[in-house]
Ligand binder design. Structure first.
Ligand SMILES: CCCCCCCCCCCCCCCCCCCCCCCC(=O)SCCNC(=O)CCNC(=O)[C@H](O)C(C)(C)COP(=O)(O)OP(=O)(O)OC[C@H]1O[C@@H](n2cnc3c(N)ncnc32)[C@H](O)[C@@H]1OP(=O)(O)O
Ligand code: FAD
Length: 664
């Protein structure tokens, strides 16, 4: 029955203009048109086929990724794609590969930490991919504690070179993506030593492999660290191990924007904060927040469409059974995730703006907003990736048994996504950075230093510590001012409580260690407030299109009230709301679910994902799930023969033995 749209009824129910929503989701008409064009380009190119990934061995999988990347690079050049188009092409190819680290970390590290001369030398080579680089920071013994790295870069004034060395097993670089089998170069983070003095961790450009035959250069041991979680999934990436045995590099390969070593071996620091050495991580964390909204929206799209197709129970007089999406339990699990996908999309747009703003300020030697940018990127990376990883798994469960099949697309999406909670900063470690920022802000209240940006609500701390929520009826929860105040009060009270408890310790670091769990919760409350407030800010903008703003308003309220419901302990114990107000919030939430229900499929259609990108039989645009699921099963290599390999060796002898036993 090709061409039939089994979800047509659902699409007809929508109360808003889907085409306008597609533009809101993409960010602009230009972004929508570009994304739409590139997604079709990828979907129609057989070289980008990806449905066979779970069946391939590691070696086949990896070679396949090399082939796809080479093909993508060829198409990018043939079609003369812009950077924005190339980025989208990479996105829709949907396969983690060495090129992500080359473009996403190696190039940004050189750009952010290199001098003008270093840019001139290295960037043209990297832009043409005449060299391929990775970001080699983490070691076997240390990842989170960057200052604990052990690799050394010792300056030799005799030869004007650095000697890069791995003094211990634990100093082996371990994890860098693209390192294992592909990268010719790396930005290596190592302790700089001049004249016997240790100046801490700095970045160095080091060539690893020959540009002629790809063999490792003398003194370098390099390889892949082995299979990772999930068949297929992230195993397309060659995360690697690297050891140096007194490898020499010229002095001008130390990235020298933040600090320099002179010909005489003198160490000098520029007039910029040393934290700029961590700048690449700030950039990538911001990209990861954006990726979270895409990964979650993808899982939600699959679960929503399938929940409309799937029917269980409730048939009367032989009529159709109930669509599982109509169960309130399904809505209570699914719609907050749908709302989160939109919330993360908008907060990521804002974060991109914040990052660009910080970069412009840095160019003008204004470093004042760097701490806030660090706290926001670290905190939002943590919040959005944790929620997305949990959300993808919830979507798998929302699809019942069929969600566990690889053809649902969800197992692979989960396996590829979960390391986002760890890479680019373990999520707990990052929340503790936010907590430090919050404690510093609280300690400065009343000192005359005005909190700015996302923390400016703390200026009203006195009011927020004692205000009472005004909600008397369920509808009162729809007022943005009510929601904002309640979230601000909760975040302030949790931070202030931590600060008060900290002040009871004679040694602040000891106190910080003791209170880690509370500090993490205060940091989460602050980050959830940012997401809620950026959604509300988005709704204050002019948003064209019939019903678009209204339905986004519903999602915003669902996001906020669901967070409130899940964290009732915080809100009630800090006295921000009463238990009566909590039950009114729940009442409102149920009503919002009913309002969103007719719009559910149209809201996921607004992501504009092709069936190729979704990679899911359950999430097909046309909803024609069962015949395709049935057909897909027969494609499994196990079904190549009716009688399986191994029958004669293993099954038949057992059967025969049972026969003998039965005769006895
Ligand atoms: C087919 C394709 C063909 C071609 C296509 C072409 C186009 C393709 C385009 C593709 C683009 C793709 C891009 C996407 C890429 C994304 C993919 C992601 C893949 C995975 C990558 C994973 C990489 C990694 O994991 S790299 C390693 C990351 N490691 C970490 O994150 C370590 C975590 N630890 C830390 O960050 C720190 O050590 C920390 C912060 C925990 C503690 O540090 P330290 O001990 O030094 O600090 P403190 O003493 O606590 O603080 C000192 C002081 O500094 C402040 N601070 C700390 N960090 C920062 C910072 N980052 N920025 C600013 N300030 C910072 C801190 O707040 C303190 O301030 P005070 O004022 O002194 O309090
Ligand atoms: C798929 C993947 C790709 C990666 N790619 C790269 C790459 O390209 N380049 C690169 O350099 N690195 C890369 N990494 C490494 C990654 O950045 C680190 O694994 C990450 O920063 C976490 O550090 P860790 O492994 O040392 O964790 P650990 O710090 O050892 O964490 C272990 C546990 O200890 C807890 N913990 C640690 N410190 C504290 C603390 N101070 N307070 C409370 N709890 C704490 C953590 O919360 C966690 O539960 C990659 C990792 C993965 C999984």
């Amino acid at each position: 029955m090709a061409g039939v749209d089994y979800l047509a009824d659902e699409r007809n129910k929508a109360e808003f203009d889907v085409n306008e929503m597609k533009i809101v989701w993409a960010g602009s008409r230009h972004a929508f048109e570009l994304s739409d064009r590139i997604s079709r380009l990828v979907a129609s190119d057989p070289a980008f086929r990806k449905d066979n990934r779970p069946m391939l061995s590691r070696k086949e999988l990896f070679k396949n990724t090399l082939r796809k990347t080479a093909h993508a690079w060829k198409r990018i050049n043939e079609l003369r794609l812009t950077e924005e188009e190339a980025n989208k092409l990479r996105f829709y190819v949907d396969e983690p590969a060495f090129a992500d680290l080359h473009w996403g970390m190696f190039v940004p590290a050189i750009k952010g930490q290199g001098t003008d001369e270093q840019h001139q030398k290295w960037l043209p080579l990297a832009y043409k991919m005449q060299i391929i680089g990775c970001y080699a920071q983490t070691e076997l013994g240390h990842g989170s504690n960057v200052q604990g790295l052990e690799t050394t870069a010792t300056f030799d004034p005799q030869t004007d070179e650095f000697i890069i060395h791995s003094p211990t097993l634990t100093s082996s670089k371990w994890w860098p993506g693209g390192l294992g089998k592909v990268s010719t170069h790396a930005v290596v983070y190592a302790r700089l030593i001049t004249d016997g003095k240790d100046h801490g961790v700095h970045g160095f450009i080091v060539q690893l492999r020959s540009l002629d035959d790809h063999s490792p250069l003398p003194g370098i041991i390099v390889g892949d660290i082995g299979m990772k979680f999930g068949n297929g999934a992230y195993n397309t990436m060659d995360n690697g191990v690297l050891r140096f045995d007194h490898v020499r590099i010229p002095r001008n390969q130390m990235l020298m924007r933040v600090s320099q070593v002179t010909r005489e071996g003198k160490y000098k620091q520029s007039n910029v904060p040393r934290q700029l050495v961590y700048g690449t991580m700030v950039y990538v964390r911001q990209v990861i927040v954006s990726d979270a909204s895409y990964a979650l929206s993808r899982a939600v799209c699959i679960a929503t469409r399938y929940s409309c197709v799937r029917r269980q129970f409730g048939s009367q007089n032989g009529g159709a059974e109930t669509q599982v999406i109509d169960y309130k339990t399904q809505q209570n699990r699914l719609f907050p995730l749908l709302a989160s996908a939109y919330a993360f999309r908008f907060v990521s747009e804002w974060l991109k703006w914040l990052y660009t703003d910080v970069m412009q300020r840095l160019q003008a030697n204004d470093f004042s907003t760097l701490p806030e940018a660090h706290a926001c990127t670290a905190g939002l990376k943590s919040l959005t990736t944790s929620a997305t990883a949990d959300g993808i798994e919830e979507c798998r469960k929302l699809c019942g048994g069929h969600g566990y099949l690889c053809s649902s697309g969800l197992p692979e999406l989960f396996a590829v996504y979960v390391p986002a909670c760890t890479y680019e900063g373990d999520n707990t470690v990052l929340l503790l950075q936010v907590a430090r920022f919050l404690m510093k802000t609280v300690s400065q209240l009343g000192s005359g230093k005005k909190p700015v940006g996302t923390i400016s609500y703390m200026e009203q701390a006195e009011h927020l510590m004692k205000c009472r929520c005004e909600v008397q009826r369920a509808e009162d929860w729809l007022k943005p001012s009510v929601i904002l105040e309640v979230f601000e009060a909760r975040a302030t009270r949790m931070s202030v409580a931590c600060a008060q408890n900290l002040s009871k310790f004679a040694n602040p670091e000891e106190g910080f260690s003791e209170l880690l769990a509370d500090l993490v919760e205060a940091a989460i409350a602050h980050c959830q407030l940012i997401v809620v407030s950026k959604f509300i800010e988005k709704l204050r903008q002019d948003i064209p299109g019939k019903g678009v703003k209204q339905v986004l308003g519903m999602l915003c309220n669902i996001y906020a009230l669901h967070i409130l419901h899940k964290n009732l302990g915080d809100f009630v114990s800090t006295g921000c709301i009463t238990s009566k107000q909590a039950s009114l919030a729940n009442e409102q939430l149920r009503s919002l679910y009913s309002q969103v229900r007719p719009n559910a499929v149209a809201l996921v259609d607004s992501f504009n994902y092709t069936d190729h990108f979704l990679g899911s039989v359950l999430g097909r645009y046309d909803g024609n799930v069962y015949p395709n699921l049935y057909e897909e099963a027969w494609k499994d290599p196990l079904n190549d023969s009716v009688v399986p390999d191994g029958y004669h060796e293993y099954i038949r002898p057992i059967l025969k033995q049972q026969l003998r036993t039965a005769r006895l």
